[in-house]
Each structure stands twice: as structure tokens, then as C-alpha cells.
Design a binder for this molecule. Structure first.
Ligand code: NAD
Length: 302
């Protein structure tokens, strides 16, 4: 029977580590680290994510602003706000909650955030540096997946890892981290033999790969993509996916992952639940990045 990974407890540990460092900074008369979160529109899921980020920042002592803009804001308005924050010396981290409204270009928005304040790691310079093993802000969800793997002690070196999902912000950087060299100074990888599956992977091919996988990370938003009959005994499973479903009996909404938890937990060695797995750790990694941004740990000009 699987060990159920307690993402909330891991996140709490990381947040306490950040909190201790913030206290140290403030007690030695330093300026308090500051995070700005920009939310465009009224998507309820995005509002919940932003609220969690602000509350967690408060907990660690990182001060924050939540800049809320109406859905009909123009791209230029958002860009101008980001540019003002870029040059504001009191602001350490800037993040724009995605997905951004359809009439704006996500790439332009992400590339407007100056790289040294880009705590989501979505600026092309951070993505590119990460790709070539230079110090960079790592996107929070992939960083969170690696952090869980490390803190729990899941073996990756020489193991077969299957990543479901190839998005630039989630699936691809997870695969990047898992396959990369563990001896690199920055962004040390998992040294796993890593396979990426996506929406064009036929299900029987996916099954062939998951059957021999030692580690499965699923980040698709496809409910029940991974079932117990597709995995081997002892597999470690990290479920990144989030799908909101309404229980037909109670009429209540709840969140589920990509993995059929009951059947997979019977065979797995480790498994993350949804909710309470990757989600909270993602938020904790964002705060770790904000602290890094404050300390200017990354030199972007080398
Ligand atoms: P996305 O829609 O950009 O990407 C989905 C990916 O799934 C695509 O690469 C697609 O090819 C792949 N896919 C679709 N059907 C598939 C199938 N049948 N088999 C294999 N792959 C398939 O979404 P995203 O931004 O990458 O997010 C992925 C999931 O992770 C979503 O459910 C999202 O809500 C969740 N998410 C969770 C967190 C967290 O903190 N827990 C953070 C970000 C995203």
C-alpha cells in the first residue's frame, strides 16, 4: 500500500524555512521582500489560486499586493503596469496569474516581466537559461514536483520516468528536470530515462510506457488518465492534474487529479493526493523564488 505524500506538510516546512529567513532579514533592519500578483478578469479558479498565494506570502512575512484588473483591460494597460513594477525598487517579485484573457498575448505578457523579478520563471530568458543548465528562476510547479521527489526520497537516477503533458509551463519543464544531469551546479536534474507523452500519444502506447515506469508524473487535466491496471507494483506517482467535477449525488464541486487514486494507490510505493499534493508545494516554491529574487541570487548577465 502506497505512502500518501502529504503536500501540505511539505509546503508547511518550506514556508517555515522561508519565514525564518524573512525574519532574519527584517530583524537585521533589512527591507521586507515584496511580491506583486496581477490578476486580470474574474475567473473563479484563478481568484482562488491568487488568494492562496497572497495568504501564504503573508504567513512567511513576505509583503504583497494583489493588483486586480477588469477582464476588458487592454494588453497595453497590463504591460504598462508590469513595466512600472519592473523599475519599482520596493518590488522583488512580479507574477501575472495565467491563463490571461484571450485577447492578450501570453508570451508578450510573460516577457515583459524583467527576468530578475520573474518569480514564475516564465520569461524566455529564465526558460532558456534553465534549458542550458544556467541558474534561473524555475517555474513553481515543476520545481515543486522535484522538491517533493527529493524530500520524500523517491529514487530517480537511472529509473524510467514517464511524464504525461508537454505544456511549456508544466509538463515540459518537469521532463527537463527529471532527465537532466544530477551533477549540474544549477538546476540539478533527476538523471532519469524520461519519456514525454501528450494528447497525440495513443492510449495503448501510453499504457506500454506506464507499465514499465518507476515514476509517473501526470500533468494533463484528463481525469482517470492513469489507472491501477496501467502501472507496476512499487511505482511512484505524482499527480499534477486538476479537474473540477460536480458530485452528482451531493451536487458539490470537488477537485480530482489525473490519477485514479484508489486503484493506483493499491500498487504504488508513493502517491500524491489531489487536493493536498502538488498544489500547496507549488505555492511554497513561489515564495522561495521571491526570496531568491530579493537576494538577487541569480546573475542574469553571465
Ligand atoms: P495544458 O492544457 O496546457 O496542457 C495539458 C497537456 O496534457 C498537454 O500537453 C496535452 O498534450 C496533454 N494531454 C492531453 N490529453 C492527454 C492524454 N490523453 N494523454 C497524455 N497527455 C495528454 O495544461 P497545463 O497548464 O500544462 O496543466 C496541466 C494540468 O495541471 C491541468 O490540470 C492544470 O490544472 C494542472 N496544474 C496544476 C498545478 C498545481 O499547482 N497543482 C499547477 C499548474 C497546472
Amino acid at each position: 500500500v502506497a505512502q500518501i505524500i502529504d503536500g501540505r506538510a511539505i509546503a508547511q516546512t518550506i514556508k517555515d524555512e522561508v519565514k525564518a529567513q524573512v525574519e532574519k532579514i527584517v530583524s537585521s533592519a533589512g527591507r521586507r521582500p515584496h511580491l506583486c500578483v496581477i490578476l486580470v478578469g474574474d475567473d473563479p479558479a484563478s481568484a482562488v489560486y491568487v488568494k492562496n498565494k497572497i495568504e501564504s506570502a503573508n504567513y512567511t512575512g513576505i509583503s504583497s499586493d494583489n493588483i486586480k484588473l477588469p477582464n476588458n483591460s487592454t494588453q497595453k494597460e497590463v504591460v504598462d503596469i508590469i513595466k512600472a513594477l519592473n523599475t519599482n525598487a520596493d518590488v522583488d517579485g512580479i507574477l501575472v496569474q495565467l491563463p490571461i484573457a484571450g485577447h492578450m498575448d501570453e508570451r508578450t505578457i510573460c516577457n515583459t516581466v524583467v527576468p530578475h523579478k520573474d518569480v514564475d520563471g516564465f520569461h524566455v530568458l529564465n526558460a532558456g537559461r534553465f534549458m542550458v543548465d544556467q541558474k534561473a528562476f524555475m517555474p513553481a510547479t515543476p520545481a515543486g514536483v522535484m522538491e517533493i521527489i527529493r524530500r520524500v526520497g523517491i529514487k530517480t537516477r537511472g529509473q524510467n520516468a514517464v511524464v504525461c503533458g508537454r505544456s511549456k509551463n508544466v509538463g515540459l519543464p518537469i521532463a527537463m528536470l527529471l532527465h537532466a544531469d544530477g551533477n549540474h551546479d544549477s538546476n540539478a536534474g533527476g538523471d532519469a530515462t524520461t519519456t514525454i507523452c501528450h494528447r497525440n500519444t495513443p492510449h495503448d502506447q501510453l499504457r506500454r510506457l506506464t507499465e514499465t515506469a518507476d515514476l509517473i508524473v501526470s500533468a494533463t487535466g484528463v481525469r482517470n488518465l492513469i489507472t491501477g491496471d496501467m502501472v507496476k507494483e512499487g511505482v511512484a506517482v505524482i499527480d499534477v492534474g486538476i479537474t473540477r467535477i460536480v458530485d452528482p449525488k451531493s451536487g458539490k464541486a470537488r477537485l480530482v487529479g489525473d490519477v485514479d487514486f484508489e486503484s493506483v494507490a493499491e500498487k504504488a510505493s508513493f502517491i500524491t493526493p489531489v487536493p493536498g499534493g502538488v498544489g500547496p508545494v507549488t505555492v511554497a516554491m513561489l515564495l522561495q523564488n521571491t526570496l531568491k529574487a530579493y537576494k538577487r541570487e541569480i546573475d542574469f548577465y553571465v
